[in-house]
Design a protein around this ligand. Sequence first.
Ligand SMILES: Cc1ncc(COP(=O)(O)O)c(C=O)c1O
Length: 391
Amino acid sequence: MDGQHAAEKPSCIGVMDKALALDRDGGDVVHLEKGEPDFDTPPLVVEAAVDALRNGHTRYTTSTGLLELREAICGFYARVHAVDIDPERVIVNSGSSPALLTVLLAVLAPGDEVVLPDPAYSSYRRLVELAGAKPVHVPTRHYDFRYTADAAAAVIGPATKAIIINFPSNPIGSTADANLLTEFANLGPLVISDEVYQGMSYTDILDPTILSVTADAVALQSFSKAYAMTGWRLGYAVLPPHLVSKVKAIHQDGFVCPNAFVQRAAIAALAHAEEIFDGWRGPLRERRDLLLAGLPELGFEIPCTPDGGFYVFAKLPPGHNDSYTFAARLLSEARVAVVPGPEFGPDGEGYVRLSYATPAPRIAEGLRRIGSFLTKPPSPRGETHGQLSAR
Ligand SMILES: Cc1ncc(COP(=O)(O)O)c(C=O)c1O
């Protein structure tokens, strides 16, 4: 029963599915809902995977990932962030999502609480619940969606076991400097820092990692976003030494090991990380700036200018308050897909998330369509949530 209810809830994937169904019917949808880069995986990474397959890298590997890959990950942290990490602290998994799940299963018990921002990537609260604990949301709307350590401190209590942070963030695009990371680290409970959008930013400097301020936190990383490898499924957790054996035990039983040839491709990706990240910077900045200029002209407000990742979180124009109704009508009447803000938590009501993981000319077309949609009178039928959430 619960499972059925969950499947009916509006979700990011639900919007994507409906938008794709419209595409299949020749609907010509402008996709501003996607949570994955439209860039192709860099050819050198593809070549490394093909070579690995040809060379027989098709078997189980060490459960926590090839030592060569874990050393390459530590080499990346030493080179880019000037942080020394022991490869024994790295557990590679099939994406950051299973890596997060193993960490939550290792640290949480029923009755525990996990602090996270509202709005936030929606899987956090579901994975925390799956691990038997309770998500405790930190409302951020009144601080222009900035997630601060002071705001998190206000909800920390005796049952708080962990604090999830995410910079650059989904859905806001906010980033953190080393001072902010230190403030979170000093709060006391274990900090789990989701850093999967690092490498997709607009400055030459890579955002700092929590590992540069403390070894006593979890850093989650992924090849999905910054290396355009969502479908390859590879990510990892860097753990404080005291958590390694517990997480390793869950990882071994639940996930065995990540794909052998994908691990080989990841070694190549890490060797070229800086040039890969450099390649995204220009197009991402151009696309973001299109939205930052175009949305306010249409009456949207952007409380927090995104500095990283590829999302803009925008307040609906005057006269529009219900995010689901707005997104559903925009999709069916203007063929533009966006994600309703409450998908990321109750503080997102009245907002939508627009992704700029789509080429600039399509973003311009999306803005044009949103503009004509806003000049139309409301639909007489009044589209409802249900139609949007159909999966
Ligand atoms: C903030 C955040 N963390 C984690 C993930 C999942 O990443 P992965 O592909 O590594 O499982 C996503 C995907 O959209 C995300 O937005």
